[in-house]
Design a protein around this ligand. Sequence first.
Ligand SMILES: Cc1cc2nc3c(=O)[nH]c(=O)nc-3n(C[C@H](O)[C@H](O)[C@H](O)COP(=O)(O)O)c2cc1C
Length: 447
Amino acid sequence: MKLGMSMRGIGYHVAAWRHPAVPADGTLRFEHYVRNAQAAERGKFDMIFFADGIGIREKDEPPGSLSRSGYEIVEMEPMTLLPALAALTKHIGLVTTASTTYNEPYHVARKFATLDLISGGRAGWNMVTSWSDAEAQNFNRAKHLDYDTRYERAAEFIEVVKGLWDSWEPDAFVYDKANSVFYDEAKMHLLNHRGKHFTVNGPLNVASMPQGRPILVQAGASEPGREIAAASADVVYAAQDSIPAAKAYYDDIKRRMAKYGRDRDDLKIMPGLRPFVAATRVEAQAKFDQLQELLDPLVGLARVYNELGDLTGYPIDGPVPELTVEPQVRSAYDRIMKRVRDNNWTIRQLCQNLAGAGGFCLIGTASDIADVMEQWVDAEACDGFNITPAILPGGCEDFVEFITPELQRRGRFRREYEGRTLRENLGLKPHVNRYTRDVRTLTGAAE
Ligand SMILES: Cc1cc2nc3c(=O)[nH]c(=O)nc-3n(C[C@H](O)[C@H](O)[C@H](O)COP(=O)(O)O)c2cc1C
């Protein structure tokens, strides 16, 4: 089983910052990130993973809700943070998000190549297109790029980055002092990319990455997102919450890989999973309930604002009213209202269920949770999980204390890191530089 620890901020529960064991200012304190990264490494996680946004995406709707939320409001920039964490960890992969919409490929290629060098082969890039107008407005635009354009740009962006990473064959640098040869000219390759969105000559002015190139991660389930995953990703961060849905997604992505000449095992699919674990079920449930109680009603209402509009005028413990105007997104509204009717939820319960318990959540003992994780992997619904702890550092440390040993006991998870690099630990093939591959093909050598 492959495992990632998604350790953005202070946890994924919207009330995390109000929890007594959570440092509310943790997202701005380096020692908070160090503690989480080192705990994840003690638990032999394949990687830590940073989701990221380049602006505050949450709106202040209903008014006043934003100032009550500590969720993703302020945080450290991950590409600056990860090299520092690299120096304080030894084995764990270091993966972060960078947007293809608000970066240039040369920047991304250069930074992640450098992170790979600093960390001794542990870098990974989560390729996203971003999605909010709030981000667009920090980068000279009023609106986010339309769907087709941003995915078209993303596909070209990724090809340019991959091309730049192959600028230098692995043995290009000979450093021959006696004969004054720094590098072998035949092993340096210009990209000369001329595309619709980018014109990039290359070569990249970084080389000799321990992983050949950093790991590529994709998150997003749309049609073009799936193609990008099948074509290029080493890891997919998925978001299903049931075995049938996850299995359908898994089969679809793995099936698409063949047309890009890739084997199914060349890509690891890891859905998000939020465990609440303790020595007993009662204690685990109490951990969950404690957080749900801390959910500020106004923050909860902000989480359903897009689908249901402003509900601040209604009693929080009363019934959820039907909208009298056409909802913004009819399908989302209908889906939520069906759950409201099926469960007879009040407004508070709706907020708690949508805002607090969103995503794939498991509450129980280590044995309960390991059982489900095993079922998913055995059903080929995933290759592992990206853990999205409700609170940090507690959610990460609980996993390492309770669930890691249980998975190890069952022979489902490593006791020691097998490899030197993230690529090796994920069980992925070595990267072969495209130019080296060309030569091998020409000479008839086996790849
Ligand atoms: C599990 C998951 C994690 C994501 N993480 C990020 C992120 O950290 N930053 C970001 O800008 N977008 C993130 N996204 C958004 C996607 O990259 C994409 O922009 C969004 O899902 C819309 O595209 P889609 O229709 O392909 O899903 C994530 C999406 C998923 C499903």
